[in-house]
Design a protein around this ligand. Sequence first.
Ligand SMILES: [Zn+2]
Length: 315
Amino acid sequence: MRQGAFDVANKLWGLEFEERTDIPLYHPDVDLFEVKEADGTHVGILMMDYYTRSSKGFGAWMSSFRRQSRRDGVMVTPIIYNVFNFPAPVGDQPSLISLDNVETLFHEFGHGLQGLLSNCTYNSLSGTSVARDYVELCSQIMENWATHPEVIKSYARHWETGEPIPDELVDRINQASLFNQGFKTVEYLAASYLDMDWHTLEDAELRDVNEFEDASLAKIELMPEIESRYRSTYFQHIFAGGYSSGYYSYIWAEVLDADAFEAFKETSLYDQATAAAFREHILSTGGTEDPMVLYKRFRGREPRIEPLLKNRGLD
Ligand SMILES: [Zn+2]
């Protein structure tokens, strides 16, 4: 699976991932790769920490031991790590990971690439130091390659026979991705509007929560068969999770990644000019400019919603 992700980065940007065993690691399960440009120039270090263990937090994430920056004109190269919670191998069986986990691997690897390919001066603006409703573009776009029929067939192989995943199964995976999207999209958007309504209040008066919710959901004419994904009283994201007025950012990032990936669909899966533009304007720029300015430089226009609707089967 990991090789599948590395191969995509190689075909898009010519990156090479050379495993190094001479560098000390914080845990024996971690693999370390030196990332190089096609011409051999050192880009940075990527560590991959795959398996669940008792001392590890839940979920998956990307972070860094050292972020890219430039000091007195000298490049300080990044040291990035991806952490996952995949099931460890048992006995002589390999770790067999679910499709969800494969997408997670490509997702975190995408964050990793934004850290690795950063080309900024200031540490505080480099890599993934970008606006919250923009930070998932580089990660989510990689998920498009993960399940693309051509890509998935290259890395998803039967662990005993080595046979690539059959076309029929790939079709079913892609069809299943459309299941229930109408419901999921609406319940999510309802919660996003509710979040925005709470966080754009201009006074500090006490309110009846139920009445406030009813008014908020009536405003968007939410049909009674669908409820908001979260009710206010347990909407942790927006009251305790730092997403105050930012719950919408998940779908906004998807608008961006679907529209950005569309640029590859319009040309080809590994179109070199599109890949170079994505690297130059998006992956390397960190938080140095307004995201919409950067995006327009890459795409030549603002993002459109149609690719997201199509991905969700709502077009
Ligand atoms: Zn992410």
